[in-house]
Design a protein around this ligand. Structure first.
Ligand SMILES: [Zn+2]
Length: 112
């Protein structure tokens, strides 16, 4: 049974454990994979940076409607870290806590 190259789908001749026709195909395949991975990471990093930039427009201890943040492009799904037993959500060095259903409060000082 012959296998197909994972990069170019050409029939592979030779050892049965080969996944690519040659080094060039293997390199191309790996480069494409890395590029996709980097693109996905870059997109997430951009969202995180935008979220942080939006939060830093407000003074510490500000209470802000979530709708206002969303209108500015804030995406609540994206944050960098959170402690297990603390309600504070961090985007890099800027923290916030939810206040009731529709508001958040910016942390008075960054502790991360
Ligand atoms: Zn190939």
């Amino acid at each position: 049974m012959s296998k197909l190259c994972q990069n170019c789908s050409t029939k592979i001749v030779g050892r049965s454990d080969k996944r690519f026709c040659d080094d060039q195909c293997r390199n191309q395949y790996n480069n494409n994979r890395m590029r996709d991975q980097n693109n996905r990471m870059r997109n997430i990093n951009n969202i995180l940076r935008r979220n942080r930039r939006i939060l830093t427009q407000f003074k510490p201890d500000s209470i802000i409607d979530t709708e206002t943040l969303i209108a500015l492009g804030f995406q609540f799904r994206y944050f960098t870290h959170k402690d297990l037993y603390s309600p504070t959500v961090y985007i890099y060095d800027v923290g916030y806590q939810t206040q009731g259903e529709n508001r958040i409060k910016i942390e008075s000082e960054s502790k991360s």
